[in-house]
Design a protein around this ligand. Sequence first.
Ligand code: WQD
Length: 332
Amino acid sequence: MKILLTGGTGYIGSHTAIELINAGHDVEILDNLYNSKASVINKIAKITGIKPKFHQIDLLDNKKLDRLFKKSSLDAVIHFAGYKAVGESVEKPLKYYKNNVYGTISLLESMQKHNVNKIIFSSSATVYGTQEIVKYSEKMQTGAGITNPYSQTKYVIEQILKDLTIANPDFEAMTLRYFNPIGAHSSGLIGEDPNDIPNNLMPIIMKVAMGEIPELSVYGDDYDTPDGTPMRDYIHVVDLAKGHLSALNKIRPGFLAYNLGTGKATSVLEMIKAFEKASGKPLPHKITSRRPGDLAKFYADPSKAKKELGWHAELTIEDAMRDTLNYLANFR
Ligand code: WQD
């Protein structure tokens, strides 16, 4: 299939591009390079032997977007493009609603106009909001107790997709709810390399390891978990990328939601230990106060994706730490 990856030079998008190209799909990448670098295109070419066509376009630029759809005769879209800094979204909600929600509407209008009826959406486990249950299943309610505009945009976009499948029975929409992506491609050529100041645990660990940040602040060790630090479902980005390929192979009319996680929960201190074991060096860190909004623990029930997509995560935290260090070695 000919597939457009919006946000395809980003962390998840670039790893997904590699899996799609290796599976024989014809991939084109659209990105405005707000939080990624065009050099990723050449790295994808180096890894796969095929250089995907790249369009530096902002989804809010309807004219350029329309010209792309007119020229490219696409079969499907995988939609990664969106701002994703939770903290920033609280300070600047309009920036997030305009870019994430309106950008998606602009994309969907072009798709509709050019009869492109398949979309896979990059969503987030935070659409489940605040739940009593810590093991998230797709049967659970979404949208209640969401604590930030970023996650709210993911929820709203899922509702838009659902409504479109009701209005147009031929429309095929899948939403993939990511848990916590980590790791890098085994080549060491691509990995997490945000332009902005990272909020997430692993890119901060990477910056501490590179000496750019003196030490990691562990946001609280007084949670109701075995070692007191919060627990998350960390999934290797290559497993996550393969989940998109499995989803594409099963896309059909209607709205379908899948959790992409490992089904295991790991604490912050366990992540630090795993990184130290892989690097053979201590990682400077100190316990500080809790980060507002953090939940003690949540992780995926991945059984629906396994059953319906034939996909499950295969790589481990240790694999992710090894691949992250291998990627970091290229930065030296
Ligand atoms: C993980 C754990 C922190 C940094 C967020 C988004 C979610 C998704 C994944 C996009 C938490 C702790 C972190 C640090 C720390 N992103 N931590 N010190 O909060 O689970 O989820 O990223 O979809 O939408 O909400 O991930 O990586 O920010 O934090 O102790 O310097 O690491 O408290 O327990 P989170 P995270």
